[in-house]
Ligand binder design. Sequence first.
Ligand SMILES: CC(C)(COP(=O)(O)OP(=O)(O)OC[C@H]1O[C@@H](n2cnc3c(N)ncnc32)[C@H](O)[C@@H]1OP(=O)(O)O)[C@@H](O)C(=O)NCCC(=O)NCCS
Length: 196
Amino acid sequence: MSTLFGRRILLRPLVAGDFEAWREVRRRNTDWLTRWEPARLQGQPDVVEDQDAFAVRCSARQRERQLGSGYGFGIFVDGAFAGEINLNSVQRGPFQSAYVGYWIDEKHAGQGYVPEALVLVTRFAFDELHLHRIQVAIIPRNAASRRVVEKLALREEGVALRYLEINGVWEDHVRYAMTAEEWDERADELLSAWVD
Ligand SMILES: CC(C)(COP(=O)(O)OP(=O)(O)OC[C@H]1O[C@@H](n2cnc3c(N)ncnc32)[C@H](O)[C@@H]1OP(=O)(O)O)[C@@H](O)C(=O)NCCC(=O)NCCS
C-alpha cells in the first residue's frame, strides 16, 4: 500500500536514507521551486541542509500516514529521486477529501511524470483510501501546473482569493477537483492513458 507503481515512475514514502539525493535535487532546484512554495518560517529548520531536520520530516510524514491524515510520496524515475507528490489534509467525516501537492526536478519537467503520478495518487485516494474528493489548488499564472490538471481533465471549480501563502504572499488559487463518482466513470480512461 505504500509503494505505487506507474508506467515509468515509482512512488514511495521518503526515508531518512534519501537525504543525500533529496539535498542534491533540492539545491539544484531552488529557483525553480521557491516561487511556488510556502516561505520557510523563521526559526524553522532547513530540511534541505539539515539531515536531522529531514529525518524528522520523514518521521512526521510516517506518523501522518499511520494516523491517516496525510500520505507523502517521493517520485522516483529510473530508481532516482526526482520530486514529490503528497496527499495532504485528509479529512474524514462528511468531507472524505484531501488536497494534492506536487513538484518535479526541472531536469525531468515536460515528460508527463507528474500527470502520471497524479493518476497513481488519485487511484490510491479513491480505491485504497475510499475518499470522496481530491482537490488541487494552483496559482493562476502557474501555467505548467494547470497543464497537469488539464491533461487529466480535473474539473475547475473557480478561484479562491488570497487562498494560500506562497513565497510570502497570500496568492489567489484556481481550485480543481475530482469526486469518486467522476473517478468511477473515468478510471479506465485515465489508467490506460497514463499507467497501464
Ligand atoms: C508543474 C510541474 C509539477 C509539472 O510537472 P511535469 O511532470 O513537468 O508535467 P508535464 O510534463 O505534464 O508538463 C506540464 C507543462 O509544463 C510545461 N513545461 C514542459 N517542460 C517544461 C520545462 N522544461 N520548464 C518549464 N515548463 C515546462 C509545458 O507547458 C507542459 O505542458 P505541455 O505538455 O502541454 O507542453 C513542474 O513544472 C514543477 O515541478 N514546477 C515547479 C513546482 C510547481 O509549480 N508545483 C506545482 C504547484 S501547484
